[in-house]
Design a protein around this ligand. Structure first.
Ligand SMILES: [Zn+2]
Length: 406
């Protein structure tokens, strides 16, 4: 509960943030529409928009058609003036990219492998890359930096939980370490939270902002929960770590201490390992896959309805369906978006999940639920890193006024 009052200045900032977010969602709209959607007076909208135009964060587009055929001046976020840096860190690689303020990738600056590198050294490298990217683009006004990291991530303190498979990632506050040396805000969050933010704020696919869950099914499984415009984080920031919810209470022992964790059965690694093991006993005539293959080859075989690959895929989807059913009853989402490696298989993922979940879930619940794949052509968490930065910049609108004084 908010237990402090609001001063006039902060109310003005809140209103500015609201208008920026409405412009982000509408993409193109009139002052009248902003007034209607925000509930603010027309005069307040006029003042805010005048400031935004003078700061170059919003521009007029000429006349657009409104309700009843009335024409009015269109407003849109200026995508030429302000930029953010987005960094996607995984346990295998990191990517650093430059994005405009509406989330279009302008350039992928660097993609680097990370195995075996300690976290302190890694952060040092990433910071150097960000500084080089900023120095190399002096004409771009960068207002914030977003970093999407793997979980379990305690966002309150900014620490990643070390995991046995990737030793050398010491317990340090990424939040503090990454902010040092930058005078623009740096925001760090779990990759699934970044993913859901990208899906809900940058994606061109239609969505409502009721309750949306993004499920990243990659080498691990995590989810980001978006509810009425906010990411649900829990008391320490690890809400949504569904990879460590159990689908078999007497199942395999997980390093987290639990048994039967979803990630042990339905991650891309679990799928690949199961397929490699079962391949040994599979007759060559039943599959086009050789004895050794990687996840991309397996995904392709599923897409091509390879008999053997599809049989294993259905088994893995059964596990994932059980995990997703847990999400449905925990959060009652209207939309579930599947991303990360397993989504590369494509439509069969949605088809199988829909089939399974319709058997596992009350009809009235499933009727109100849509399941789809990510709308991003690249990793949503990479765009999500940009979305984190944009979201932070929009919550500090005075960042855009500074450029006039620079
Ligand atoms: Zn676990």
């Amino acid at each position: 509960m908010e237990d402090t009052g609001k001063n006039l200045e902060s109310i003005q900032e809140m209103n500015r943030t609201l208008i920026l977010k409405l412009l982000q969602r509408n993409r193109l709209c009139s002052r009248a529409r902003l007034a209607k959607q925000s509930g603010l007076k027309q005069a307040t909208i006029t003042n805010i928009i005048n400031d935004f135009i003078s700061w170059d964060i919003v521009r007029e587009t000429g006349s657009i058609e409104g309700k009843k055929g009335r024409r009015s001046i269109g407003l849109t976020i200026n995508d030429q003036k302000f930029f953010v840096v987005g960094v996607r860190l995984t346990r295998r690689f990191y990517s650093v990219g430059l994005f405009n303020i509406v989330g279009d990738e302008i350039l992928l600056y660097k993609k680097e492998q990370v195995p075996g590198t300690g976290l302190t050294l890694l952060l040092h490298r990433i910071k150097k890359d960000i500084k080089d990217l900023i120095a190399g683009n002096p004409d771009k006004h960068i207002v914030a930096i977003g970093v999407a990291v793997p979980g379990p991530y305690y966002s309150k303190v900014g620490e990643i939980e070390p995991v046995a498979d990737f030793p050398g990632w010491e317990r340090i506050s990424l939040k503090e370490e990454l902010q040092k040396g930058f005078d623009v805000p740096v925001v760090v969050d779990h990759d699934a939270n970044a993913g859901v933010l990208a899906e809900c704020t940058l994606s061109s696919e239609p969505h409502d902002d009721d309750t949306i869950v993004y499920v990243a099914v990659g080498q691990g499984i995590g989810s980001g929960i978006y509810h009425k415009g906010e990411i649900m984080k829990g008391s320490q920031g690890i809400a949504g770590e569904i990879g460590h919810t159990s689908i078999m209470f007497n199942g395999l022992r997980c390093e987290c201490g639990n048994r039967g964790c979803l990630t042990l059965y339905a991650s891309s690694i679990a799928f690949l390992n199961l397929a490699l093991k079962e391949r040994q006993a599979c007759a060559d005539g039943d599959t086009s896959l050789p004895m050794e293959f990687d996840f991309a080859m397996l995904a392709k075989a599923v897409r091509e309805k390879d008999k053997f690959a599809y049989r294993i895929f259905k088994r893995v989807m059964k596990y994932l369906g059980a995990g997703i059913t847990n999400i449905i009853y925990s959060y009652n989402p209207s939309l579930i978006i599947i991303g990360d490696e397993v989504s590369e298989i494509g439509l069969p993922v949605v088809e199988e999940l829909e089939k399974l979940i319709s058997k596992l879930t009350i009809k009235r619940v499933i009727n109100q639920l849509e399941i789809r794949l990510t709308s991003f052509d690249k990793d949503p968490a990479y765009y999500g890193a940009a979305a984190l930065a944009i979201n932070r910049a929009f919550s500090m609108p005075l960042l855009f006024s500074d450029s006039k004084n620079a």
